[in-house]
Design a protein around this ligand. Sequence first.
Ligand SMILES: Cc1ncc(COP(=O)(O)O)c(C=O)c1O
Length: 450
Amino acid sequence: MAKDIGKAIEKSAPGSKKTYERSSKVLAQEIVGTVNFSYPIYIKEAHGSRVVDVDGNEYIDLTMGFGPHILGHAPKVVLDALREALDRGVQWGLHNPYQEPLASLLVDAVPCADKVVFCNTGTEASMYCIRAARAFSGKSKIAMFEGGFHGAHDAVLVKVDPASPVDRPTYYTMGQGIPKETLANTMMLPYLSDAAFDLIRKHKKDLALVMVEPVQGSNPRLDQGEFLKKLAEVCRESEVLLMFDEVITGFRMAYGGAQEFFGVTPDMAIYGKAPGGGMPLGVVAGRGDVMEVFTRQFDIYRDDRTGGPSIFTAGTFSGNPMTMAAGTAVLTYLRDHKGVYKHLAEQGTRLADEVNRFFAQEELPGQMANALSMFYLRVQPGPMVRTARDIDRSMKAADDLVTLHMLQHGVLVPPVHLAYISAAHTVKDVDTVVDAIKESFLEVRQQGHI
Ligand SMILES: Cc1ncc(COP(=O)(O)O)c(C=O)c1O
């Protein structure tokens, strides 16, 4: 393997570099920072478990669109549904018969869902869920856990100060441009700690909603079931609404998502990614009485509050037929092919076990956090990360090098991000990924970077 990995990739992917040079003149930001590789790779097409870059290099993809492509890239069932919808026109903004079939599939599958509302992204769903919880409860504060992520709107862009006490985390806004006052209505809770329950009880009078990722994207693991059960109990007895952010876990951990997997039913849940079949989707799901705040609909000309709380929503593309058709196709397929979940669980668990065994045998500073088909590969010595406080980014340079070596071995693993396998990843693909990780770590060590 090449000593100078950057030069080697530049040689095999010159078109990506040229695209980057053109793009950076007109794009202030490509997509989001976490998608930036230390060598830019531009993808021109994707099928099954593979993506192809603009130079024609093919990679086994572990990014999977950052989660949506649970059946792999461009599955036939979804493409057929999209083609059928496309011929009728892509968007009308008016009521259409495409929403009800997807809504019915969601209500049947999701334990907490009496009703759902569609929007276009997980971020939008998170924003609406917070608004609905505040309207329903008449309270203002929201709480979320250290290490969690709930989209890119102001109310949730909060980061814990890692120097603050674990059981009383203090926090600041993530980046500039967010008024400090936003923090007054936000609380951060310690993850996997009973101190979180004390904070919820203490602030219950002001607390409208507790948000939790049942599996944190930054920290995939499976041993938090008891914590989630206790959290639901504490929220119930404190009369604080609980929301599961299932944007990552929904229809991925199980057909009924994390709620089915852990056997815990919150009051509300939000979805995105997988149930959109690769099209932009956001969903707010919840208990019937809470979801009434959407049904009542705020009348902008007559601020009439006699009928109970109502909220305002708007979205030109919400419930558009293309997204609805893709989502209906993927959920119908998953409902009728539950074997997909067995494959994802078996292959995902095997991948992480083999890689972690190798790190231990070779005494390498690597760890692969895992929850079924979701992974986080880190260049970090043991012990395994338990909460966000344990994440050590001091070996970031080596992390970047591993990512580049993996590209040379034909595997695209996202830098600083959760990785996924899909139903289209075969046993042989997973073998190739395991070998690529092993070889990449050994090469980076041979070159003295770890
Ligand atoms: C747990 C979680 N919630 C919300 C979001 C936001 O979803 P979107 O990117 O569709 O806005 C994400 C995105 O990755 C997520 O991982």
